[in-house]
Design a protein around this ligand. Structure first.
Ligand code: SF4
Ligand code: SF4
Length: 371
């Protein structure tokens, strides 16, 4: 049976704002019906690395928070610590970054709690069945919540191809140890003839796995590398490469298995939003965001994380590449995500999530409050 995906477009008019549209999606997807008084409702989002401005607006999140509060449930905003260096790899920095972007009580209406604690070591191992992994190390605050609402910014991703609800669940709800498991197949190497010797990769590597040779060329110690992928993103001449085709598929499969772990014990109490606005070519983990790859599309809500991600991806593919963006030359129907990350087949995460029983790629769109 097809899964229902509620969709509102990005157009607005006086009297119908995006905030009104968020309210309408909450109503249509029966957010109220899945919550009870006394529930702890984790609202999983990505606060955005400082420097990035394409994250979901906290004012949109506030509309969901207010709906949750009306049910008597206690909402809290949450995300987990990153593997890579930056401004979100411990709870202190993460909290400051969240507050900088408005993910706090004042703007978003609920407290921000880092799901896996001060250093990313607070997690609960939950069993997973049907895949390669036998357990998932899920951030304890997310595990302990009785309901989970994922609000994902839908965009491209350097290794998963797309970043939507499945990624927000699988990677986003994992503790640092869980992220390490998912990244364990990522093993970058430096093509030294192109190395500028700038040292950016050394500066950012959280595992001190990179050093200079006598010729001042970067080299990676594979025994120390934790596979976070930070150096791949940092190198200005992209001379650090990975065996992407194999490793990105493995990562996506593990991510889908972790997504199953993230919803463990929450049957009937999970809801997903994909915000398809400012669709950046890369993740909000980057400290910058390039020109959106397509015009703003809208917002979706669904109980099915596979259906909503496939529906969002198909909307992006159906749109024309935005002029001046990295895919400005691409027409309607062309696969913009594959153009951005040629070695990553983003459908792997979807098909594996289907296998894991998380949902279906067969979806039916119901349009809500269209303008
Ligand atoms: S060498 Fe390994 S641990 Fe260091 S930044 Fe690169 S991927 Fe991360
Ligand atoms: S960031 Fe790239 S160019 Fe700079 S030292 Fe590292 S490998 Fe070389």
């Amino acid at each position: 049976m097809a899964s229902k995906v509620f969709f509102t477009n990005a157009r607005t008019k006086p009297g119908v704002s995006l905030l009104d549209k968020m309210d309408a999606l909450c109503e249509a997807s029966d957010l109220k019906g899945m919550l009870s008084k006394g529930d702890f409702a984790a609202i999983k989002l990505h606060v955005g690395e400082p420097g990035n401005l394409s994250f979901v607006a906290p004012q949109l999140v506030r509309r969901v928070v207010e709906k949750v509060k009306r049910t008597g449930a206690a909402p809290f905003l949450t995300d987990t610590n990153t593997l890579y260096s930056g401004q979100r790899n411990d709870a202190v920095k993460h909290h400051l970054s969240a507050s900088l972007h408005g993910f706090n009580i004042e703007t978003a209406g609920a407290p921000f709690i880092v799901g896996d604690g001060l250093t990313g070591s607070d997690y609960v191992s939950v069993p997973i069945e049907g895949g390669q992994l036998k357990e998932a190390k899920i951030a304890s605050s997310i595990y302990n919540a009785t309901a989970l609402i994922s609000i994902a910014h839908f965009k491209g991703h350097i290794s998963a191809g797309i970043g939507g609800s499945l990624k927000n669940l699988g990677m986003g709800c994992a503790s640092r140890a869980g992220k390490l498991v998912q990244h364990s197949d990522v093993r970058p190497v430096v093509k030294q003839e192109n190395c500028l010797g700038c040292g950016k990769c050394i500066q950012h590597c959280p595992a001190s796995a990179i050093s200079f040779t006598d010729e001042k060329k970067a080299q990676i110690d594979p025994s120390a590398c934790i596979g976070c992928g930070d150096c791949l993103a940092m190198c200005p001449v992209r001379t650090i490469r990975n065996k992407w085709a194999a490793s990105t598929s493995a990562l996506q499969r593990k991510m889908a298995e972790y997504a199953a772990g993230a919803v463990y014990g929450k049957a009937g109490k999970v809801l997903f939003f994909n915000v398809i606005l400012n669709v950046s070519p890369q993740c909000d983990c980057f400290a910058n965001n390039d020109v959106p790859i397509v015009p703003d599309i809208g917002i979706m809500a669904s109980k099915d994380p596979v259906a909503i991600d496939f529906a969002a991806a198909e909307k992006v593919l159906a749109a024309e590449g935005a002029p001046g963006s990295a895919v400005g030359h691409m027409c309607c129907g062309a696969d913009k995500f594959r153009e951005l990350t040629p070695d990553s087949d983003w459908k792997v995460q979807l098909s594996h999530a289907v296998k894991m029983g998380l949902g279906t790629m067969d979806y039916e769109i119901e349009e809500i409050l269209m303008v």
